[in-house]
Design a protein around this ligand. Structure first.
Ligand SMILES: Nc1ncnc2c1ncn2[C@@H]1O[C@H](COP(=O)(O)OP(=O)(O)OP(=O)(O)O)[C@@H](O)[C@H]1O
Ligand SMILES: [Mg+2]
Length: 337
């Protein structure tokens, strides 16, 4: 079946048409409009501006992705995210679902990130997720460990108690005068520095759970920079990045040992970080040769509609459709709580 995916939960408007069957989902066409250039000026995403930009872009992007074809269903990321963006995508999905009399599928954006590892396109060959699986989702707004016992059966076993890892990267980058989004800038600078130069804390690494906390690390980075304004920025970035990677991989290691998953997934915007991909990949191999490590192609780490369509296909197989009359955006929809 052909599924149209729509994504508008933050600062990317995206539409994609995928051909899905039991063998997996293949991207027929996709188009994404990033708002980064606009939000850069403000050092972060401005919800009001984001909503307007989504409204401007969504129809042309859907039209481009469909290229004259009619889908069999529409998968829409209806939460979590910014309400100003979510409602634009939800209303577009509702309109098409009602006009074409095709089912709509309400998809959790974080479930979308999990399925980003399965996006098959001309550029990316992929393996399917084997179950049970364990996912580390690290993005701008979330840092969570999700246990997936079977397709669609999510249980959140840990999450950040304050800032998300991506948010921490972005705020510390701002402190250093780097542009939004800061994660890629920090990791680029980190390549030239020493990860051992500064000993930043690894928050909650030894706590007997799967939770995270990054607010203290952010404050520690702030104080260090305030007291050492002439610090070598590359060393600062490498040490800071290492603290985040050690914390994430440490907690994931504990979870993998406990739950022995068939597949370990690393996803979300921060999964584009090379050090994190390499360190977690190595840790998985060391813990168990039976676990497969999956992480998205770099082009599917950030928000995209293809991952939403795949998460939608999984629900479509169980006929978990949403009536267009009842479709609604839920900015606080937590996966597996
Ligand atoms: N190479 C990198 N290293 C570290 N962080 C990165 C890298 N590339 C991107 N990021 C971070 O990824 C985040 C964006 O990811 P994503 O688009 O998934 O988040 P979001 O959609 O805004 O949030 P959420 O998915 O929680 O709603 C930003 O915080 C950005 O700094
Ligand atoms: Mg996201």
């Amino acid at each position: 079946m052909k599924i149209l995916g729509i994504e508008s939960s933050c600062d990317d408007t995206s539409a994609a048409l995928l051909e899905c069957s039991k063998g997996g989902c293949f991207v027929l066409s996709e188009s994404t409009a990033s708002q980064i250039a606009i939000h850069k000026k403000y050092g972060g995403v401005v919800p009001e501006i984001a909503g307007r930009m989504h409204a401007e872009k969504i129809v042309p992007l859907i039209e481009h992705a469909l290229n004259g074809k009619k889908p069999d269903a529409i998968a829409i990321a209806s939460g979590p995210g910014l309400i100003t963006g979510l409602i634009v995508g939800v209303e577009a999905a509702r309109t098409l679902s009602a006009a074409w009399k095709i089912p709509a599928i309400s998809v959790n954006h974080m479930a979308g990130h999990i399925h980003s590892v399965e996006v098959k396109s001309q550029k990316s060959k992929v393996k399917s997720i084997g179950y049970p699986a364990l996912a580390l989702i690290v993005s701008g707004g979330h840092t969570e460990i999700i246990k997936i016992s079977a397709p669609g059966k999510y249980k959140m076993i840990g999450a950040t108690r304050d800032d998300a890892a991506g948010e921490c990267f972005d705020k510390v980058a701002k402190l250093l005068g780097l542009l939004y989004p800061g994660g890629p800038q920090i990791s680029k600078l980190a390549l030239k520095g020493s990860a051992k130069a500064i000993k930043f804390p690894r928050p909650m690494l030894d706590s007997n759970d799967y939770d995270f906390s990054f607010a203290g690390l952010k404050t520690s980075a702030l104080y260090y920079y305030r007291d050492n304004p002439k610090v070598n920025k590359a060393d600062f970035c490498a040490s800071f990045e290492q603290a985040i990677v050690d914390t994430l991989v440490g907690k994931m290691t504990r979870a993998i040992k406990k739950f022995k998953p068939k597949t370990v997934i690393l996803c979300g915007g921060v999964s584009a970080n090379r050090k994190l991909r390499e360190t977690l990949g190595t840790a998985v191999k060391k813990i168990s040769t039976k676990s497969e490590f999956l992480t998205p192609a770099l082009s599917y780490c950030m928000d995209n509609a293809a991952m939403i369509a795949i998460a939608g296909y999984q629900k479509a197989q169980k006929k978990e459709y949403a009536d267009w009359r009842k479709l609604s955006a839920d900015p606080n929809w937590e996966l597996g709580r």
